[in-house]
Write a protein that binds this ligand. Structure first.
Ligand code: SF4
Ligand code: SF4
Length: 334
């Protein structure tokens, strides 16, 4: 029944997203910047921030609801460190949005999973970076497999496991092992590509490319989401697309400012409480200079809604290519 209800709400979201352009389809919001881990490629966490208060979070969720946001996903840092996370999820549902959560999974236990069921969570995503923990990432299958089994047993919400290629991950074949384990447990699986270093797009190395192609086959078989733009990234080619960040996708930081995305914090950096339809309409038509080399899956996927309409006529401020584009691992599949 939970899955059916989710599918009905998803179908309504898709129909509304295709018919109308004046609302965000997805927002990511940060309830806490702190994380219990410190992945080497990550620029989205610290080890000291306090949680945003529940009153402020509820107000921000209501503001996203007022903008008619379709999916509101809690990200971080590690959102499960927020003491009132379930109330925030409940507030998202009260605003008639689908509720998502991106977590490193470390704090999941059977009771906690059941509480997330009760709160009304719709989606959960965990990124698993390798099979054995190393100095780049402790989000490994060895550490998290027990958590995955708990999820398979207790969760009522949809679960996606994202694995990654690039970004210093040493054994690309691990992505395939993680993807296969996800399928075995009845979850969907996606793969994200991280590009690091000087921001120049490089084709995947032959070993990584072989894994990427095998993962795409796996995705096809299990009806998981395809990321067509990733073909270009894998081949080191820029993509020709219209980024609708600031309009169809919003990133709301812990200070309550709206940014294009986690890698373009600072633009437009306007308080959510002052964000209006006028901002949404302007950003819808604003060309983002970082688009050709962007690897941020969720914004690419959302752009498909408007792919064949509304060419962008407003030039953005010059945006630097993100120096560490890890974002696909944080966002794919939710
Ligand atoms: S990638 Fe996720 S788990 Fe790793 S440090 Fe960043 S926020 Fe924490
Ligand atoms: S990095 Fe990607 S998602 Fe972010 S503003 Fe640039 S093109 Fe859009």
């Amino acid at each position: 029944m939970r899955a059916l209800s989710r599918h009905v709400r998803e179908a309504a979201l898709v129909a509304k997203g295709a018919a109308l352009t004046d609302h965000p389809i997805m927002a990511h919001i940060i309830p806490i910047r702190r994380c219990n881990l410190s992945c080497a490629y990550c620029n989205e966490y610290d080890d000291f921030s306090k949680p945003v208060s529940i009153e402020v979070m509820e107000r921000r969720i209501d503001l996203l609801g007022r903008l008619k946001t379709g999916v509101i996903t809690l990200s971080g840092g590690e959102p499960l460190l927020h003491p009132d996370l379930d109330r925030i999820i409940g507030r998202i549902r009260k605003n008639k949005a689908l509720a998502g959560l991106i977590t490193n999974g470390y704090f999941l236990m059977p009771d906690r999973i059941r509480q997330l069921n009760d709160a009304g969570l719709d989606y959960l995503q965990i990124s698993i970076d390798n099979v054995m923990p190393d100095d780049v990432s402790k989000k490994s299958l060895k550490v998290l497999d027990k958590k995955l089994q708990m999820l398979a047993e207790h969760a009522d919400f949809h679960i996606n496991i994202n694995s990654v290629l690039g970004g210093g991950i040493k054994t690309p074949e691990d992505a395939l092992t993680v993807g296969r384990r996800a399928m075995e447990l009845g979850f969907t699986s996606t793969v994200g590509i991280i590009h690091d270093g000087d921001g120049q797009l490089q084709p995947l190395a032959p070993r990584e490319r072989a894994v990427f192609l095998a993962m795409k086959e796996l995705e096809k078989k299990h009806f998981s989401r395809l990321n067509y733009f990733q073909e270009n990234i894998a081949n080191g080619r820029p993509s020709d697309w219209r980024c609708r960040a600031g309009s169809r996708y919003l990133y709301v930081c812990e200070d309550g400012l709206v940014h294009y995305c986690s890698q373009q914090r600072g633009y437009p950096a306007k308080p959510l409480e002052d964000y209006t339809l006028e901002d949404i309409r302007r950003e819808y038509l604003t060309k983002k200079s970082c688009a050709p080399l962007c690897t941020i899956s969720c914004v690419h996927q959302i752009s498909y809604f408007d792919f064949f309409r509304a060419p962008q006529t407003i030039e953005s401020a010059p945006l630097e290519q993100a120096s560490n584009q890890l974002v696909s691992i944080k966002s794919a599949g939710v």
